[in-house]
Design a protein around this ligand. Sequence first.
Ligand SMILES: [Zn+2]
Length: 126
Amino acid sequence: MSELKCCPICGKEIDIENDLYIPERDWKPTFYDPDSGGDPINIHCNCGLEFSTGTYDWNEFVKAWNTRTPMDNIVEKLEERERYLERAMNESHENGHRFSEEKAMNERIAIRYAINIVKQEINKEN
Ligand SMILES: [Zn+2]
């Protein structure tokens, strides 16, 4: 069970006891959920990273985690946010009221920067 790589974001070693949810170990029947068997395996790191591929299979999960799928997910999420800001800025132009454009611009720059950092790390891995 120790074959998990460190967190791709904060570099912390994954604590099997505290950072990991394994349904067969951690799920208990409750009044509201007497028989589902629990959620798919997931990692929830102290840095806020949540990772799940929806699988209940340990080997599959380890493979997905260790091949840095989380990094790709993060790039996707950041790019989503970037697109949202871009849309919001365009729409505010059309409506005439300039929704705090400077703030949005600064956030977009920060996101771009973060995406580049993560992408560089992905390239190092490959
Ligand atoms: Zn982390």
